[in-house]
Design a protein. Structure first.
Lengths: 310, 377
């Protein structure tokens, strides 16, 4: 462990301040991100150029190259909107529109976020309960575990529309149906991770608990549960990303009413590419923030438990 | 204590008594189970014998398992035989007691089988396959019995038999959808996406700067809702399968990239030093040491990607397709509330996904047989 981390950070410790800065991860990531943005602009030019040429021919314009490039980056409905167009749309719909309005991304983001969080909470609880049952009941381990694994080879997102429509037909609408899809997606990583985590204590520690004549509950709360916490957080990071995907896909069949998924769908109906991209970026930011929050909580909790990673 | 541990047997006994006394149906047939025919008596006797055997939890011999197996399934068989009589919500207390008693015996059976310590490895392997199969079969049985016995509306949840009939009646349609979605979009996208992820990982490994920059970006992207790219891809590549394959490529690329990069770092420093003392170059070290060491990680990505690819292709079809494909069928049939067809598609998708995953797992076993996780314990 320490050898590996030393090897990773070793080269960065050599050389002067400038050299160290140039070799840092920050610079590398920044360069890659800038490269992606540059590629994006180039792609926007290449993909939008044919249509722009047609437009110019129709309007009998003969723009200079600079003008032409500029106009490919500012079309109304581009094949690929340029980054600044998406940024403008994001700025407009997030900050300049009232949060209660249906045009506001804050409103749609909140709809998606609330069902994500509900589904994530349900999925985490369900996953933990299943894992506890599987670890403690041998017959469940043999019979249920293979089906938990098999349940994930079912493309659950494919059932999402049906779950929504069927639940709507029995009068269940709104937050819960979407949350159920998120739950289904997020329970699996938690179950698998927690089964691993609850089994992670060394046999020697379990034996020690037995010499203390600890009861099953005591062994669980004092040994198994604490040693499974790192596994829980790793699983929760996967689970919350999955829950967000579930919530977005769950919004597709509701007829594009509200939520980031609805924005995607209505954008694709009306060819509003800028709207699709801004919804996509908003979803990505949301995912990154959620995963980041779990990461921060993980750091704090593990440090307080005395298990902080170096 | 041992008395408590056989609680399944005690409960089963209670339920068998209820099954014999209470009426089977709440309309039409209102008599008790024994009045439905001589087979019912046979089933009850077999279940009673099984209950008696199951009441001794300490013993887990092969004959015990066989007796409980016969008893539980005689009860299940009887419940299935009576199902046409009580279908549409006509099941009475006696019927449900029969089902619950049989189910308790089946639970006991699974417990006996899990606790068994088979003498030969073949038998152990057989048990590992049989136990989940019994569980799955009972899941289907309970589903069928509850849906038909309690009269759950077809729209809400069709019975497995109805789904099976639908699959049999529309194999041609299902095959056409399977070919469009799986054989074209999923397979092509999967191969291209995994290959691209692998190659970029090799390049990133060769250029440390790329690795430092790409890895955090790749980690971030694999947490993003990439499925959202589907409408854009449909807009770019049209309604047919190339747009779905494109979504699959994006979806499978990043897990492969991240896992391969992590795998290439997995070889131990001692081994790399050894390769250096042999005077091996970069490519020799890569092919002979680091790629084999990375294989478990690569297969991990390959297995994750099987499910992701199928999901990506099906969801991408929600945004527009020619009039064929699994996602298209699901979204149109659900609009007509033809849930049995939707479930038929889901069954096909689940089967395809499981087989795809299973094939990858088998290849993994064959290729990385040396890895510690496959050594027999």
């Amino acid at each position: 462990m320490s050898a590996a981390s030393y090897a990773e950070f070793g080269p960065a410790r050599q050389g002067g301040l400038a050299a160290r800065f140039l070799r840092s991860r920050f610079v590398a990531v920044t360069v890659i991100v800038l490269a992606i943005i540059a590629l994006w602009y180039a792609g926007a030019f290449a993909l939008n150029a044919p249509f722009q040429r047609e437009l110019d021919a129709r309007a009998e314009l003969s723009p200079t190259f600079v003008e032409f490039v500029h106009s490919t980056w500012s079309q109304e409905r581009p094949v690929l909107p340029a980054p600044h167009q998406v940024a403008q749309e994001l700025w407009k719909t997030v900050f300049l529109t009232a949060p209660g309005s249906k045009r506001s991304l804050v409103y749609h983001g909140w709809v998606t976020l609330s069902s994500t969080l509900l589904g994530f909470a349900l999925g985490t609880v369900l996953g933990i309960l299943l894992a506890v049952a599987i670890v403690h009941v041998p017959s469940l381990d043999r019979s249920l575990m293979p089906w938990v694994v098999a349940s994930q080879t079912i493309p659950i997102l494919a059932i999402a529309p049906m779950v929504i429509v069927v639940l709507a037909s029995v009068g269940l609408t709104g937050l819960l149906p979407k949350a159920i899809i998120s739950t289904y997606l997020s329970f699996f990583p938690v179950t698998v991770g927690m089964v691993k985590g609850l089994r992670s204590p060394d046999p020697i520690n379990l034996d020690l608990m037995r010499t203390y004549s600890a009861s099953g509950a005591q062994t669980f709360w004092k040994l198994r549960w604490p040693s499974s916490v790192p596994f829980l957080f790793v699983s929760m990071r996967v689970a919350i990303a999955a829950a967000l995907v579930g919530a977005i896909v769950g919004e597709l069949p509701t007829g594009a009413v509200a939520g980031l998924g609805a924005r995607l769908l209505s954008g694709s109906y009306y060819g509003q590419t800028v709207q699709i991209w801004s919804a996509l970026i908003a979803a990505s930011v949301l995912a990154a923030v959620l995963v980041g929050i779990i990461g921060v909580v993980q750091k704090i909790v593990l440090r307080r438990m005395g298990m902080a990673a170096a | 204590m041992s008395f408590l541990r056989s609680w399944q047997a005690i409960l089963a006994l209670v339920f068998i008594i209820v099954a014999v006394l209470a009426p089977v149906g709440n309309r039409g047939i209102s008599g008790s189970l024994l009045e439905t025919g001589p087979e019912a008596l046979v089933a009850i006797v077999l279940m009673l014998v099984a209950t008696a055997v199951a009441a001794f939890p300490g013993r887990t011999s092969f004959t015990d398992g066989a007796v409980v197996f016969v008893g539980a399934h005689a009860g299940a068989w009887q419940a299935l035989a009576l199902l046409p009589l009580v279908a549409g919500g006509g099941a009475g207390w006696g019927y449900w007691a029969l089902v619950v008693a049989a189910w308790l015996l089946a639970w006991r059976l699974v417990t006996i089988l899990s606790a068994a310590e088979p003498s030969s490895r073949l038998l152990a392997l057989l048990l590992r396959v049989v136990v989940p199969l019994i569980f799955g079969a009972w899941l289907l049985f309970l589903w069928e019995v509850v849906v038909r016995g309690a009269g759950v509306p077809q729209v809400l949840l069709p019975a497995p038999s109805a789904i099976g009939a639908r699959i049999a009646a529309s194999t041609y349609l299902l095959w056409a959808d399977f070919r469009q979605t799986f054989l074209k979009a999923v397979l092509i996208g999967y191969v291209v996406g995994c290959l691209a992820g692998f190659l970029v990982a090799i390049v990133a490994d060769r250029v440390p700067f790329l690795k430092r920059g790409l890895l955090p970006v790749g980690n971030l992207v694999s947490a993003l809702p990439i499925v959202g790219m589907a409408p854009i891809m449909v807009m770019w590549f049209g309604f047919d399968w190339p747009s779905k394959a494109a979504v699959v490529i994006i979806m499978t690329f990043f897990p492969m990239l991240v896992n391969t990069v992590a795998g290439l770092a997995a070889s131990e420093a001692v081994h790399r030093d050894l390769m250096r003392t042999y005077g091996a170059g970069y490519w020799q070290t890569l092919v002979k040491l680091r790629l084999p060491a990375a294989l478990p990680f690569i297969f991990n990505a390959l297995k994750i990607n099987t499910t992701l690819a199928l999901i990506a292709a099906i969801v991408a079809e929600f945004f527009g397709t020619p009039t064929v494909g699994m996602g298209f069928r699901i979204s149109t049939e659900i609009g007509r509330l033809a849930t049995d067809m939707v479930w038929a598609e889901i069954a096909v998708a689940a089967l395809a996904g499981s087989v795809f995953y299973g094939v990858m797992a088998l290849i993994e076993r064959a290729v990385t047989f040396w890895h510690p996780s496959f050594r027999s314990r």
